[in-house]
Ligand binder design. Structure first.
Ligand code: AMP
Ligand code: FES
Ligand code: ZN
Length: 326
């Protein structure tokens, strides 16, 4: 198959766009589409300072690379979860983020969960009755927000792609989870201590972000987190892939259709956010879920409630983030 734009051999065919492109024509197409999504949802401008949450995987590293290539002021933010696994998962992920940081000459901020919370994710998993992913998600959201506030970034960008978003939407619809549906959108505006959050890759499939990483020689971690819950989401992804195969463009239409009616799910009165009495970050409770988690971890470890994290107002970022509402 030939490239639509030049006589070279195509490396990717995208049935949903009826478009085949060669390696040289792919990146300009991908960057153009990234820019269109950024504008469509008014995500940010070239005057904004963007904090890109990078996990070391293909989506978030491609996002950082693409925003830099488009001339945006984008720094990286890596949360070291302290997960070893057989492949030293967190170390490898951090290394991939460092490599891209050096290559594009942008700063990479790193925070360690073991320092902030008092224990790495595997230990937190053992000390709490929660799945690793639920504590992990809470910690990541808190640290991203807190760091962006403290370091004065305007917006936090994550690498969620079309396949992720459609699988989550499918699950939320199957369970009629109105609260989650109300908040599933590529842009969440800043409010009461919560920084603006955006997902510029919502319209790219996993295949498209992978090809961007490969064409641009971005080294990324291929393994999933060893604690990934996966099974259910993967079965939704399989189902959706079948539907997409039968009718290319189904995923995008499902997501876009939802964006148009999403207002129907808006909660009439979103719960008011108040500063956490421990760390000052916004929460709907007196003490935020992050501070409660730290307390729990400290108690279970039989330690005094210590780290800089818990008293906060003066001790900068060194604490936690927040949004138990997400
Ligand atoms: P996931 O929840 O693992 O699918 O990741 C979704 C997005 O969250 C990624 O594309 C990243 O933007 C961000 N992210 C995930 N893990 C980390 C991490 N350890 N440090 C910083 N950002 C992360
Ligand atoms: Fe958080 Fe796996 S438990 S990435
Ligand atoms: Zn708190």
């Amino acid at each position: 198959m030939r490239c639509r734009k030049c006589p070279k051999k195509a490396i990717i065919y995208m049935p949903e766009h009826r478009l085949a492109l060669c390696a040289a024509c792919y990146s300009p197409w991908f960057l153009d589409h990234t820019e269109r999504t950024i504008r469509k949802f008014k995500m940010f401008t070239r005057r904004d300072r963007i904090l890109v949450a990078v996990s070391g995987g293909k989506d978030s590293l491609s996002l950082w690379h693409a925003l830099h290539a488009l001339g945006y002021e984008a720094d990286g933010f890596y949360i070291d979860l302290g997960i070893m696994g057989s492949d030293h998962y967190s170390e490898q992920s951090k290394q991939r983020c460092r490599e891209l940081s050096e290559r594009i000459g942008r700063r990479l901020h790193i925070v360690r969960v073991a320092e902030r919370v008092g224990a790495p994710i595997p230990e937190i998993k053992d000390l709490t009755a929660r799945e690793a992913c639920s504590a992990c998600g809470l910690i990541k959201r808190y640290l991203m927000n807190r760091y962006a506030l403290e370091a004065d970034y305007d917006v936090i960008a994550t690498g969620h792609n079309l396949d992720d978003e459609v699988a989550v939407l499918f699950s939320n619809v199957l369970h009629w989870n109105r609260g989650y549906l109300a908040r599933q959108y590529p842009v969440l505006d800043e409010r009461e201590g919560l920084k603006k959050k955006v997902k510029p890759f919502v319209y790219f499939t996993e295949k498209q972000t992978t090809v961007y990483a490969l064409v641009n020689r971005i080294a990324y971690v291929r393994d999933e987190c060893p604690y990934a819950l996966g099974a259910t989401t993967l079965s939704y992804k399989d189902l959706l892939a079948q539907l997409e195969h039968q009718a290319p463009g189904t995923k995008r239409r499902f997501l876009d259709g939802f964006y148009q009616i999403r207002a129907l799910f808006a909660e009439p009165e979103a719960a008011a956010l108040v500063p956490c009495s421990r760390c000052g970050q916004p929460t709907t409770a007196e003490v935020c879920a992050y501070c409660r988690l730290i307390e729990h971890v400290q108690r279970r470890r039989g330690l005094a409630l210590a780290p800089a994290d818990v008293n906060t107002s003066q001790s900068s970022l060194k604490q936690v983030l927040v949004s138990d509402s997400e």
